[in-house]
Design a protein around this ligand. Structure first.
Ligand code: AMP
Ligand code: GLY
Length: 419
């Protein structure tokens, strides 16, 4: 089969590497891919959200199967467009992708179907939102409705912070039309857990749980990023909590999507908080997480293409997804300045010719390959994953491999996996 993976970050590199292990995959393309991915797939320079050029490429190259990995192409209907010309895809259609692309939709879904989440109000009128926060108690959480590159969530400690967040989202429109509506919700506390799950809309198969590290610096300090590292499994996620989540959150969510006539097919990501009142949903993502994918896929023992096709064809109940009992740790190496402004184009030392390191998995997130060498090309540059029978060994091995790599301005968190 000829498979196309849409996207060009560390998550897509992990997907490409996992799909490459399938005997049935004869050729992999990535659009647009990146310098590291180009050693595992043929990269084509098409933007991930360019639907007309992508469909044209898929038809002309007789691609059999497309994996749509990033949020934006899913939100704008890449799967619908490819489906309308008979191309089988992994990922939700536009209506189902609203579970991530509209927080107002996601919150209303949870309220209607009794899925535990933070209490909230939604506003599309800036004056009414401003009035609401005048009498609210703090802290509270303000979220832009639409996609905002992971930056649309503000935890306001007092009324002044809330008012200025509302002004920048709803009046100055710093996130564009994503800020036309906002959700204002109760501040929850407790450990956070990410669970990614395969679902065909009827059956749901959770993967090994994860701990993400969203803040830029050690001790969870600094600004929010796309994610600076991940470990799997998450030590807070006991078997007892997993069964509560399955019963109160996972199954009700896919049932709710079916009842709303937008069954979800693909990878559904549950961002959970284990509050003193039990697990609650912080957010849904309609896709694989980044860097969670780089930590969880190395533990998958089943052929990824087999699972993905079963999802597409609505027969996930016929496939058994097996995961190793090992632990995984992924450490992200980032460009100085990230998540704010940073420079690119620095030579990366320590990688072998294929862009890897013996003994660990190196996922390229933002690299360019030219004249036989790798250069930085993004905020998150590389993700280094190691697996081991215990968490400590996995973490140590990932840091040991990371220590071999260098580029100007490089930084990483030193406390991935501490909790
Ligand atoms: P999100 O983009 O929705 O995942 O939010 C980013 C981060 O903000 C989450 O990982 C949480 O740490 C935090 N957050 C979001 N909603 C809440 C909430 N209701 N209470 C406390 N923290 C929250
Ligand atoms: N790491 C969180 C995300 O992919 O949104």
């Amino acid at each position: 089969m000829k498979v196309l993976v849409i996207g060009g970050g560390g998550r897509e590199h992990a997907l490409v590497k996992a799909l490459k292990k399938s005997e049935r995959v004869k050729k992999i393309y990535a659009a647009p891919g990146n310098g590291g991915i180009s050693h595992d797939a043929e990269c084509v320079s098409i933007k991930a959200d360019d639907i007309p050029t992508m469909t044209d490429f898929v038809v002309r190259n007789t691609i059999d199967y497309v994996v749509v990995a990033p949020d934006n192409p899913l939100a704008i209907g890449m799967v619908d467009a490819l489906g309308s010309i008979g191309i089988r895809c992994f990922g939700p259609n536009k209506a189902a992708a609203r579970i991530e692309s509209s927080k107002v939709f996601a919150k209303a879904l949870m309220k209607k179907y009794g899925i535990p989440t933070a209490a909230y109000e939604t506003f599309s009128d800036a004056d009414k939102a401003a009035d609401f926060v005048k009498s609210a108690s703090f802290p509270l959480v303000i979220k832009a409705d639409g996609l905002a590159l992971g930056k649309g969530v503000i935890i306001a400690a007092d009324r002044n912070e809330a008012t200025s967040a509302l002004d920048s989202i709803m009046r100055e429109k710093v996130f564009g039309e994503s800020g036309s509506s906002v959700v204002i919700e109760e501040f929850l506390t407790g450990p956070e857990v990410s669970v990614l799950a395969f679902t065909d809309g009827k059956t749901i198969v959770p993967m090994v749980s994860l701990m993400d590290h969203k803040r830029a610096f050690d001790n969870n300090e600094g600004p929010n990023t796309g994610g600076m590292g991940a470990i799997a499994p998450n030590p807070h996620y006991t078997a007892e909590i997993a069964s509560i989540c399955e019963k109160n959150i996972f199954l009700p969510t896919i049932r709710a999507m079916r009842d709303e006539s937008c069954p979800f097919k693909g990878c559904l990501y549950f961002g959970l908080m284990l509050t003193p009142q039990g697990p609650k949903v912080i957010e849904y993502n309609c896709r694989f997480g980044d860097p969670e994918t780089q930590a969880v896929l190395p533990l998958l023992e089943t052929d990824l293409l087999d699972i993905m096709e079963a999802v597409t064809d609505g027969r996930l109940d016929s496939v058994k997804a097996r995961f190793s009992a090992y632990h995984a740790a992924c450490v992200v190496l980032a460009s100085g300045g990230y998540p704010a402004a940073y420079k690119t184009g620095f030579a990366i030392s320590g990688l072998d010719e294929q862009g890897g390191i013996a003994g660990s998995a190196v996922y390229h997130a933002g690299t360019e390959y030219r004249d036989g060498a790798f250069y930085t090309a993004g905020g998150r540059v590389l993700g280094i994953t190691a697996t081991a029978p215990d968490l400590k060994s996995a973490i140590n091995a990932a840091y040991k491999a990371a220590a071999a790599i260098n580029f100007e301005g490089m930084f990483c968190r030193k406390d991935i996996g501490k909790y």
